[in-house]
Design a protein around this ligand. Sequence first.
Ligand code: C2E
Ligand code: CA
Ligand code: CA
Ligand code: CA
Length: 279
Amino acid sequence: AKETGRDNYAFFTERMDAEIRDKLAIQAQLRGAIARDEFEVHYQPQMCLRTGVMLGAEALLRWDNAVLGKVPPNRFIPLAEEYGMVNAIGEWVLESVCAQIKLWHDEGLGDIKVAVNLSAGQFGHDNTVAFVEATLRHFGIAPANLGLEITEGTVMGDPDKAVAALKRLKDIGVSISLDDFGTGYSSLGYLKRFPIDVLKIDKSFVDDVTTNANDAAIALSVISLAHNLNLRVIAEGVETRAQVDFLAERGCDEMQGYYFSRPLAAPAFTALLRQPRNL
Ligand code: C2E
Ligand code: CA
Ligand code: CA
Ligand code: CA
């Protein structure tokens, strides 16, 4: 038993060391990532379930680093938050998205709305609202073409500040989506306090929505809740035809997921936009 205990301990510290090395490597590489132009925004279509038309996209950040390879956002965004780098990255994403929307406008590709994920650290920053306004103005983009996705985690740090910032953004015409809805612990309280336009049903409820009675009940409840509050509702992580049919029949407004498309680099997404009919 003693041997096992020591082995476990050795194994544990080894893993801790690896974890710390890994974190330090990411931190070191993140520092220069913008300057080396290693980030790229991918766009995942958001489809109207009633008409099959593409209404917009969610912007999802990709990082390809020479040393570390491709690092998923779930891994590096929390570390960027920890290291105080998330504002710079968030501003880079917003500028890239607005530059891209401008290109689509110039090509006459219509009124696509792009939703950008906000990080927790971005609300601690007094300049976020001013930066969004300035960026929209700089690229000549209507606020209606920009959405922002927040989670409870995004706003938890300073909810009062976040409410004030989001109200100002909503006042200028930027729409706000509450992401990963139902996975936190106080979602209903947030609905009451925050100026939300869209609820996103989390993928964890969508996965088994056609086979699990509880997940189906939760999805249905979120759809009714959203509609009773005059909000739109998007299901995320939709992968099968059965899920599409289920959600469409129950009045879900939009869907997003691999069933229709994975997140695409700008050229591939542009090709989709050029097709007259999308679903
Ligand atoms: P999220 O905002 O919940 O984004 C949805 C995630 O689900 C994305 O993962 C997307 O690629 C993935 N997804 C979409 N449809 C499907 C599907 O049908 N099946 C499966 N299995 N997955 C699907 P991704 O791109 O790896 O992003 C992970 C998370 O990283 C995001 O979760 C978001 O929290 C964060 N993130 C990504 N880009 C940004 C960004 O620009 N800024 C901030 N602050 N966070 C970001
Ligand atoms: Ca999101
Ligand atoms: Ca989500
Ligand atoms: Ca999710």
